[in-house]
Design a protein around this ligand. Structure first.
Ligand code: DAK
Length: 261
């Protein structure tokens, strides 16, 4: 598919999706949401790709939220469709067979924080800013913000951020557990790529099993989560990668994981 509002690059086992509307601070309109969904499918169909990075173009914004101009003109039905499409894409990110790293290079507000939270973890540059300012527009988060934020940083912070609309720095976001690591602005993408490269060197079946078990297990009680892990372990164990990993250790060499399972 030809993309107009995102850039998709796939090289060395790593896909990079960049939301590309820098003049609108990469705000999400229905077309951006649709193109991200299409990109996820294209990446999933490429057996060479093991990991993805989501970022924004320009120096100022990752994603400054849902596009307020296009939202203001929506009928209730269009707003419902937009919300449903957004939720579907974010769920597709979580159930994708490859991990996704959010490289937050500037404003990640509203839908921006929400889409970052649907990634597997977040790296941010020092100038990144996070928040759920929907309350200032008289609305509430519509792409799962009330849910994912509470799960990631706890109900107290989720309530404070959603109720006040406060914007927090990358460092504060790190302190509350929203962000894993903060880097100088010009090093963010290189650092995200370094971690992506490390992940891309691992076995595909194990990557998928870990991602799915953490995500699905988080929503159930410990006993059921551990039962999911038992099944996922067995599936990963039967992959050629598991054989390679175990043999490589015994033969005192580095494993070479091919795209297994
Ligand atoms: N939408 C559309 N355009 C935006 C935008 C946005 N979210 N954010 C920035 N822009 C545009 C600005 O209008 C401006 O365009 P021009 O005037 O140059 O044409 C350009 O980007 C540069 O922005 P500023 O001139 O404002 O730049 P500043 O550095 O002065 O300020 C800022 C940066 C990020 C603090 C400010 O732009 C800002 O406050 N932006 C809005 C941030 C925001 O409130 N984001 C949350 C949006 S609400 C739902 C589904 C999802 C959602 C809700 C419902 N369903 C359908 C139910 C999610 C909602 C949200 O995300």
């Amino acid at each position: 598919m030809a993309y107009e509002l995102i850039l998709l690059e796939m090289a060395d086992g790593i896909a990079t999706i960049s939301v590309n509307r820098p003049k609108a601070l990469n705000a999400l309109n229905p077309q951006v949401v649709e193109e991200i969904g299409a990109a996820l499918k294209e990446i999933g169909a490429n057996p060479e790709v093991r990991v993805a990075i989501l970022t924004g173009t320009g120096d100022k914004a990752f994603v400054a939220g849902a596009d307020i101009g296009s939202m203001a003109q929506m009928t209730a039905l269009e707003a419902k469709r937009f919300s449903a499409a957004g939720q579907e894409v974010l769920l597709a990110m979580e159930s994708a067979e490859f991990p996704i790293i959010a490289a937050v290079n500037g404003f990640a507000l509203g839908g921006g924080t929400e889409i970052a939270m649907a990634c597997d973890f977040i790296y941010a540059s020092e100038n990144a800013k996070f928040g759920q300012p929907e309350i200032n527009l008289g609305i509430i988060p519509g792409f799962g913000g009330t849910q994912r934020l509470a799960r990631l940083v706890g109900k107290g912070w989720a309530r404070e951020l959603c109720l006040t609309g406060a914007i927090i720095s990358a460092q504060e976001a790190k302190e509350i557990g929203l962000v894993n690591k903060v880097f100088p602005h010009d090093q963010l993408l290189a650092e995200a790529r370094k971690t992506a490269k490390l992940i891309a060197s691992k076995g595909r079946a194990a990557l998928r099993a870990i991602k799915h078990t953490v995500n699905r297990g988080y929503d159930v009680d410990l006993r059921n989560g551990c039962a999911m892990e038992v099944d996922a372990f067995a599936i990963a164990f039967t992959s050629p990668d598991a054989k390679e990993g175990l043999n490589a250790f015994l033969e005192k060499r580095k494993p070479e994981f091919k795209a297994g399972l």
